[in-house]
Design a protein around this ligand. Sequence first.
Ligand code: ADP
Ligand code: MG
Length: 728
Amino acid sequence: MSSHSNRHQMVQKIANTQHQLEQIDFKHLPLKDLFGCNVFNEQVQRERLPKSVFKALQRTIKQGAPIDPAMADSIASAMKDWAIEKGATHFTHLFQPMTGLTAEKHDSFLQMEGPCQGVVEFSGKELVRGEPDASSFPSGGIRATFEARGYTAWDPTSPAYILESPNGATLVVPTVFLSWTGDTLDKKTPLLKSMEVLSHQALRILRLFGNKESKKVFTTVGPEQEYFLIDRAFYMARPDLIHTGRTLMGAPSPKGQEMEDQYFGHIPERIIACMADCEANLYKLGVPVKTRHNEVAPAQYEIAPIFEDSNLATDHQNLTMEVMRKTAPKYGLMCLLHEKPFAGINGSGKHNNWSMSTDQGENLLNPGDTPHDNAQFLVFCVAVIRAVAKYPELLRVSVSGAANDHRLGANEAPPAIMSIFLGDQLQDIMDQLEKGQPKSTIQGGFMEIGVSVLPKLPRDAGDRNRTSPFAFTGNKFEFRAVGSSQSVSGPNTVLNTIVAESIDFIATDLEKAVKGGKDLNKAIQDLLAGILKESKKVLFNGDGYCEEWHKEAEKRGLPNLRTTIEALPIITRKDSVDLFTKYKVYTEKELVSRYKILCENYVKTVNIEGKTAVMMAKTMILPAAIRYQGQIAEAVNATKAAGVDNTAQVGFLKCLTGSINDLQKTTGDLEKALGEHPHGDELAHATHSRDHVLAGIFKLRAAADTLETKVADDLWPLPTYREMLFIK
Ligand code: ADP
Ligand code: MG
């Protein structure tokens, strides 16, 4: 059977497969019963814990009070009983190693009381601390492999939950992960530390404004997840998708996203069935997913939750990605979370909506109706502006990685230049503030729709902007540079820390002024005006894609770190080390380890792509092209023998042969680049990967894509863009 028939048969099979779409019955499992049913949440805690233990645990969760270890046994025992009623046989400490994924090792509740005499137990000790043999996780030099000891420690602020699987269920306890020496080995610990730092600093401002009640300030996050869903049969026939998450070759489809008919379009049946199944599973886990829609690119979609505190939002975001990956195959689909699975059409991001809130629920970035006289809002808002202006490179590096470079460094939204969009209303107030006391707020008013039966529509005071990497959107900032496959932990750790530093700076100045007898409002005005003068270079309300902005940004002195290689050295630069060590979010050793891990990760990612591209070129593309070349050559000989004018066929044979030569040449070059091992440190290796391996992949791709437009469709071995993106 020739390869062509395989591919065409695959399409036939997809067309004829009836998927079992109705798998969830919301009539019998209504949303309100489903939501949180597998979470050891506040309600379950209240029902199952002794009153004093319940109260103490809630104080830890809501106000950050330290947890009393003596309560652990009682909590563990209640958790175990609850979990076993839900069908759990095992428990696991879930942690977030620096691979960016989550890791888990399961233990059963079984304990032996005597020979053949088993009981189920879960002690406080087991809840509080685990010791996975963790020597194979990246530590960036923090631990040698022979020093394998690593601990997981219970995070009581993120509730435990039950993860159901086909045969049984597991009690999952969210934990942090650290080495025997106490160094942080995960992504959760720094995030928690950065949240505490910000809370501490923000409370200083609130106290100046007379707020004595708030005990904690939370950062809040609502991450919008973009992703692709394609038929699983296509995925399985693409080694590049399997091994690298993106297509390393593939000529553009004749129809792409230019008709703009996908965005917010009708959601196909199979897709919506899969979405609803994901949502049902996420509801059970207490993940408050809220919106779903078609995104800009064909086969691209989005899911977004209601925001939560950053720690919980991050855990829930990790769960969301896991549930999406797991659910798609039930509907014959595959969920692609890579930042750029398909060249030439939009990639996927994860818009990180971010704000700060008191434990009483006051959103500190809510401008109210008249922001110009909302001094507290102005203080917090200017603190964010100052932070982004002062540390744009740290924000950039927090979203770096080989995959996200295909979005940020390329001509796609958002650009790698970090700037802030404020919108007309807030920009106007900041302009006033820079010059003196702001006096007015531009109001949106009402829109006349012009149809008398329709109500008047309130108009927002400013338009939206889709190209800015960091946009104010009503009562929060939206950091849009985060990549779709990335954990939101790193970006939020950076964001919290740099904003905490700004708030610290402002609070220190204001406290001193007030102590010296200065009027608070006057002190605020003087201070903020000065900050804005220095920081306004980062404010930009125009089109972030266009060439003029790149030039303008350069004039303003804004950094443009196009690729991960330029961004990574920022991690260990003196000002970064000073910042993170001052606030005890990372030690210098931890920063160095992260730098090393990210360099290595870049090299590995690009090398896997390189090897996959070579393998596909040699064993799939070249054989198809040569088969076709043979067919043409035969035809040329036959026509010549028949005495027919075959100039055009000879020309085509030459042209095809030229393209085959290109493929072989670029494949050889890429193989050579993969074989070279440059001298120097990890950054030198990563630079080599970018400049020679990745560059080689692009060249090989160009040759392969040219061949795809020439070789007979029935010989082409790979599912095409046209098929993967449009056959649903
Ligand atoms: P859009 O960005 O399309 O206007 P929304 O306003 O609904 O959409 O918000 C998008 C995301 O921002 C949602 O996940 C939402 O929960 C989140 N969000 C809203 N308010 C806040 C906030 N104060 N802090 C963090 N995230 C927020
Ligand atoms: Mg949004």
